[in-house]
Design a protein around this ligand. Structure first.
Ligand SMILES: [Zn+2]
Length: 286
């Protein structure tokens, strides 16, 4: 999870590029409809700032003067995803991810746009920039379309949930049957607007603990040989220093990456530095 700058685009910036020739083009000429779109954007930003998007109404049928949910979905698909002009907007949003890395898992590469509030239940936010950010397809699918009215059961929102300066990711070292890490969202995250609860919910729903542990499993295997060589020359202190150097290096680019926490946890484990690494089960590919 990492935060993205809150979009400053006006609610019509996407609409006006996509609607020419559609039913929405005529609708937008209606001042009432324009007011409604402004209202959707405004209320979304207000609710988002207090993690209260769960209190917005789920729309069952038509909205905006007979614009149906299906028409809105088709506008998104045919005009934003599949048309040339729309694709330029789509790609520009994709480019907002840091190094094309997904803001929901901080690991896989972005490959789609995610609607924080799903189109299936909230068509009124389908084309609002503030509801759209880049994500990887796995996170996009794991989020699903389900709606949960409880505040603590909302996923992380990259535009509103501020994490700068918070070391939120930790891991627990487990020695048996072989070295492994269990990743979790720690207590350093303030629970203002249920942020800590929501991050834990997000972490579990998107199975980020399993994802990071899997990468850590390979990393254990990759460093075993190097640690054994360091230990033969400089003992446990040498191993700890080696791991601390790796930790510093990863920390500089991302204090909350699985790698940063991997090296931090291992350097702080006397058991691991004192020879626990010898029990690493090697992962090898043919
Ligand atoms: Zn992801």
């Amino acid at each position: 999870m990492y935060e993205l700058p809150l979009p400053t685009e006006y609610p019509f910036d996407i609409f006006s590029c996509l609607v020419p020739g559609s039913k929405f083009d005529i609708l937008l000429a209606n001042p009432e409809v324009r007011d409604s779109v402004w209202f959707f954007d405004e209320i979304y930003r207000i609710k988002g700032a207090t993690a209260s998007l769960n209190t917005l109404p789920v729309l069952k049928k038509a909205f905006l003067h007979q614009m149906s949910k299906e028409e809105m979905k088709s506008l998104y698909k045919n005009r934003l995803v599949d048309s040339k002009d729309g694709r330029d907007i789509y790609n520009a949003i994709m480019e907002t991810a840091i190094n094309r890395t997904c803001p929901l898992c901080s690991l896989r590469k972005v490959s789609t746009l995610d609607h924080y509030l799903p189109q299936a239940h909230y068509p009124q936010y389908t084309l609002l920039r503030v509801n759209l950010y880049p994500a990887c397809i796995e996170c996009n699918k794991a989020k699903t379309d389900k709606v949960n009215p409880r505040k603590a059961k909302q996923t992380y929102h990259p535009f509103f949930d501020k994490l700068k300066g918070i070391l939120w990711l930790s891991a627990e070292y487990r020695d048996t049957p072989s070295p492994a890490l269990r990743y979790y969202v720690n207590d350093q995250v303030p629970n203002t607007y249920a942020l800590r609860d929501r991050m834990r919910y997000h972490f579990n729903e998107l199975a980020l603990g399993d994802l990071y542990a899997s990468y850590a499993g390979q990393a254990f295997s990759d460093i075993k040989d190097a640690l054994q060589r360091v230990y033969r020359r400089k003992g446990a202190v040498g191993v700890e220093r080696y791991l601390a150097r790796q930790h510093r290096s990863y920390y500089k680019s991302n204090p909350n990456s699985w790698e940063t926490v991997f090296y931090e946890t291992l350097k702080n484990s006397p058991t691991f530095c004192g020879g626990g690494f010898n029990n690493i089960v090697m992962i090898t590919f043919p």
